[in-house]
Design a protein around this ligand. Sequence first.
Ligand SMILES: Cc1cc2nc3c(=O)[nH]c(=O)nc-3n(C[C@H](O)[C@H](O)[C@H](O)COP(=O)(O)O)c2cc1C
Length: 175
Amino acid sequence: MSFFAVPTKEFDTNLFHMIGDEWLLICCYDKANNKTNLMTASWGGMGILWNKEVCFLFVRPQRYTHDLLEKQNRFSVCVLPEEHRKAHKVCGSQSGRNVDKVAVTGLHEAEFNGVKAVAESKFVLVVKQLYRDDLIKTGFLEETLLKNYPTDDFHTVYVCEIEKIFQKKDLNCTF
Ligand SMILES: Cc1cc2nc3c(=O)[nH]c(=O)nc-3n(C[C@H](O)[C@H](O)[C@H](O)COP(=O)(O)O)c2cc1C
């Protein structure tokens, strides 16, 4: 497992494809159970806010990841290579409340700058929360979007500073 740090402004990948098609894995440390939890996320963004390089993540309140994010400021956002895509079947449907997703997927955890991440990742973003807030019904200007919230489970938005981006050295090499 060999990674190199990429200066954020030199991170040369199509973010629309990466977030929307390849998907992200939000990796949180579950201190109470001493395990790492992995959640698939495909709604979010990356950009500049407050003159910082940030990512925006949207997590519904019923996710176990939401509980974990309320307790920890720093965590990682990973991107898996194509050959590990099947892990999203578990990470995007099962809850860390009931399963150990690292064990079930057969992925391996690693530590990057003090946060847990997935060793098989092609990219690991070490991030730190700067701001959080819940979306509110009255904020929606396009009413049709409310169909995404039949139970009023409005996402919490987390704005996180991207502290570091690591890229796997040989993207063709599997762990
Ligand atoms: C492709 C895909 C994208 C997803 N994106 C998000 C997302 O951006 N935000 C969210 O709250 N849930 C999203 N989910 C749902 C969670 O990944 C899913 O509910 C997961 O089981 C929650 O795990 P947890 O309870 O361990 O946190 C997505 C699921 C899939 C399959």
